[in-house]
Write a protein that binds this ligand. Structure first.
Ligand code: PLP
Length: 383
């Protein structure tokens, strides 16, 4: 079969889920388009209801949330933060921007999440924090990580960019650490183009989070009538989104379960369809630990090796289907090599990052699913 004439299938496609446009109009009609208006408040309340936490702070990206968290951890030169190398650059940039040093450790082969055994081994007297990532919306093994942190007086910041709606042992992603950052980038489960949030679970940090987010001012307290002056009281930046973004996001947040359930249905179909590849093509499918309820952020396959992945991607591309890979491990990236160090063996990271390929996954991809699956089975050399 030749799919050249068939329409291209993108890797991701943003969708309107509900009342986004109504809410944008409402925001415009209200005359308040700067940040921290009614829609920001509604989004923050919705997130707190879902995740729990002492406070929620809407940001313009998960990157911004991680940068706020790094400031709130009090990181500075000489300090070390333990994190996976197999992650997006923002997890590490937040550390580097404070002048601190990322210490990369290996991941677990089953989940591609940070390995708590490696975390424990990497702790030094300079370690200040651990930044685990919930890869593909599967919550990392947080109990041992939080126990290590408690034993050494370290902060834990969850990079929960991909994990909204996911749980581990019934506990929400974002509820384990001192803080957690979420993303609403257009490639995530719930979107606002660019967008994010910082959840603060340790109540003693909430007030400072509010100040850092508002350019280091006590503006929020001033508007609550808690102080009679609006002044510069700390370091900070502009980390807040405008109300148009918050209005769009609130429309999406209302549909979180619907959107996640649609993704889960697609994920389950992929998972069942690709089962034969494990027996015939040396391909490995994602492994979800029994205690995890994932949010189907991503469906990936682990091809036998780099050559097999390259062949798979070009075969899919010839059929008009985009299947990207990621990440170049940060410890071997051009900048990562200059500003970080590695603790221990990185063989799982090095091997799996060469083998992983992602399949299209977005609400509405369902109508193309047969074609994607059929092409993928053929491209992986099955049958
Ligand atoms: C998407 C992503 C980010 C960055 O999110 P932005 O909202 O684009 O800043 C950070 N970490 C991980 C693991 C991500 O997947």
């Amino acid at each position: 079969m030749n799919d050249m004439s068939a329409p291209k299938i993108p890797f991701n496609k943003p969708v309107l889920a509900g009342r986004e446009l109504d809410y944008i109009k409402e925001a415009i009609d209200s005359g308040q388009l700067a940040g921290d208006g009614p829609f920001t408040e509604r989004c923050e309340q919705a997130l707190l209801q879902r995740i729990g936490g002492a406070s929620a702070h809407l940001t313009h990206s998960c990157t911004a949330g991680l940068e706020m968290a790094a400031i709130l951890c009090g990181l500075g030169p000489g300090d070390e933060v333990i994190l996976p190398s197999y992650t997006f650059v923002s997890t590490a940039n937040a550390v580097v921007l404070r002048g601190a040093t990322p210490v990369f450790v290996d991941i677990e082969p089953e989940t591609l999440n940070i390995d708590p055994v490696q975390v424990r081994a990497a702790v030094t007297d300079r370690t200040r924090a651990i930044f685990p990532v919930h890869y593909a919306g599967v919550v990392a093994d947080m109990d041992p990580i939080c126990a290590i942190a408690a034993g050494h007086g370290l902060m834990v910041v969850e990079d929960a960019a991909q994990a909204l709606g996911a749980t581990r042992n019934g506990r929400a992603a974002g509820s384990f650490g001192d803080m957690a950052a979420f993303s609403f980038h257009e490639t995530k489960n719930i979107i606002s183009g660019e967008g994010g949030a910082l959840i603060v679970n340790r109540s003693g940090l909430s007030l400072r989070a509010e100040i850092i987010r508002e350019k280091g001012t006590n503006r929020a307290q001033f508007f609550r009538g808690m102080t009679d002056k609006y002044s510069w009281v700390d370091m900070g930046s502009s980390f807040l989104p405008g109300e148009l973004v918050a209005a769009f996001l609130f429309g999406q947040l209302e549909k979180l379960d619907t959107l996640n359930n649609e993704r889960i249905a697609v994920w389950n179909r992929y998972h069942a369809a690709f089962e034969p590849l494990e027996r015939t093509a040396g391909v490995r499918r994602p492994v979800i630990p029994a205690e995890c309820e994932h949010n189907a952020h991503m469906y990936y396959l682990l091809m036998p090796d780099l050559d097999a992945r390259t062949a798979f991607i070009s075969s899919m591309k010839a059929a008009g289907i985009t299947t990207p890979f990621h990440y170049v491990p940060l410890h071997s990236s051009p900048f990562g090599r200059t500003c970080s160090r590695v603790h221990g063996d990185m063989s799982v990271t090095d091997e799996l990052s060469d083998r992983l390929v992602r399949l299209p996954l977005y609400p509405g991809v369902g109508q193309n699913l047969d074609r994607i699956i059929e092409t993928a089975l053929r491209s992986a050399g099955h049958g």
